[in-house]
Design a protein around this ligand. Structure first.
Ligand SMILES: Nc1nc2c(c(=O)[nH]1)N[C@H]1C(S)=C(S)[C@@H](COP(=O)(O)O)O[C@H]1N2
Ligand SMILES: [Mo]
Length: 417
């Protein structure tokens, strides 16, 4: 009988031989500790990821929807609220910071079970084949989610336009494999932690090498790696000194400088191809369309409308966010009223002067338009918007992802969705 996975090859030079894997750190308890950390962390990543997806309003308009073929996976979508104003900031800060922090745990966990990848014979029964297939999906999609997430944050659209579908569908594949794996292994992991002796497990090396570090030391090493990543990432959700500790946050972007407009810039006016000639007082007009027709407003005419202030953050899907900035401008619902929606503001399609790029248009839901803090901002922190923050006018909406806060707005169409 060759039931025992430890039979494998007898030649210790081959990875299929149990004698090949010699680290005395490997064993069920080491694997179980790491597995249980992931058991808690990964569901948080999954839930914050789905919430982040819902916050884009993909069900509202094709303009917002990067995954039109999602079908049943979109069933859970709901109208993203506007309270509390830091909702997306918290959600995305947790998603990105936790994801980065868990990288060492994930890698150590995979390292701890590598011998099983080479176990011989590769398939012992139908059940075993199915188990291995689900593990392949689990490891493959898990690495895929971490890699695509980090690439999007760090390299800013390496695969233009396709990050959202990849990360979104990948997450569902991962979830299915993760649930199957967690159901199978959680009881085993909990038992392993209580067990005093580890003999008999296929993870324990048959010919252990001399230890260079204790198990506990190795766990400290993994934990310190996570702590270091956490400490160099979390700062991007805060202003001032903490942001400078965010060594791992994306760099090389525009320097926001200091003063009222001195906060994080996503895409500069130059990058977005915004021609200064088209934003001048003479050239620029906001075109607002609705039930009763179209209204064109110069910046001076907008400034003559009732202006309101709102303290709101910018929070990007990439995880960085700013503290509240003091925006001042015209309420979106007042603009809706100008074109025939006095007490029932509808959805709105916002379009930028920008000609190319995924984020030049965004649709906002009626609840976002109705919120009195939702503005077409003309000023920030007491000064006119800078070109990089969206001059002549930009949208700012409480609790929404940065991508819905369209800059260099040229046109707003109410009730057309
Ligand atoms: N027209 C336009 N508006 C845009 C973008 C863009 O690329 N083009 N980027 C969006 C994204 S992804 C974010 S996070 C915010 C950032 O705003 P800020 O640069 O003023 O901080 O602007 C949003 N508005
Ligand atoms: Mo963003």
């Amino acid at each position: 009988m060759r039931d025992d996975p430890r039979e494998g090859s007898r030649d210790p030079r081959l990875p299929s031989s149990p004698g090949f894997w010699r680290s005395p750190l490997r064993g069920p308890r080491f694997t179980s500790v790491l597995g249980l950390v992931l058991l808690v962390g990964i569901p948080v990543l999954f839930v914050t990821g789905l919430l982040s997806y819902a916050a884009y309003n993909p069900g509202l308009s094709p303009v917002n929807d990067k995954t039109p073929d999602k079908g049943i996976l979109g069933l859970y979508l709901f109208a993203w609220p506007t309270h509390p104003r830091w909702l997306y900031r918290l959600n995305q800060g947790v998603h990105v910071t936790l994801g980065v922090t868990l990288i060492p745990v994930l890698l150590a966990k995979l390292w701890s079970v590598i011998p099983r990848l080479f176990a011989m014979p590769p398939v012992r029964s139908l059940a075993h084949a199915l188990e291995r297939l689900s593990l392949l999906l689990l490891v493959g999609s898990g690495l895929f989610e971490f890699v695509t997430g980090v690439l999007n944050v760090q390299l800013d659209y390496v695969f233009p336009g396709s990050f959202y579908p990849l990360h979104f569908y990948g997450a569902w594949v991962f979830l299915a494999a993760f649930v199957a794996h967690a159901l199978q292994k959680t009881p085993v992991a909990l038992r392993n932690l209580r067990r005093l002796r580890e003999e008999g497990s296929d993870l324990v090396p048959t010919r252990p090498a001399e230890p260079t570090v204790s198990r506990r030391g190795a766990l400290w090493f993994v934990g310190s790696g996570s702590l270091l990543l956490f400490a160099t990432t979390a700062g991007q959700s805060f202003d001032g000194l903490p942001r400078r500790t965010a060594l791992l946050a994306p760099h090389g972007g525009a320097d926001p400088g200091s003063g009222p407009n001195g906060f994080q810039i996503n895409k500069t006016a130059a990058y977005a191809g915004i021609d200064a000639a088209r934003t001048s007082e003479e050239a620029w007009r906001l075109v607002v369309t609705g039930r009763t027709g179209t209204v064109r407003l110069s910046r001076a005419q907008l400034s003559a409308l009732p202006l309101h202030s709102a303290a709101l953050p910018i929070a990007c899907v990439e995880g960085w966010s700013t503290s509240d900035q003091r925006w001042r401008g015209v309420r979106l619902r007042d603009l809706a009223a100008l074109v025939g929606y006095e007490d029932d503001p509808p959805d709105v399609l916002v379009e930028s002067l920008q000609q190319h790029g995924a984020f030049r248009r965004a649709a906002l839901r009626a609840n976002q338009v109705a919120d009195p803090r939702s503005l077409l901002a003309l000023q920030v922190n007491g000064e006119a918007l800078s070109p990089d923050h969206g001059y002549p006018a930009r949208v700012i909406v409480p609790a929404a992802p940065g991508v819905l806060n369209t800059k260099w707005v040229a046109r707003m169409t109410f009730g057309a969705l």
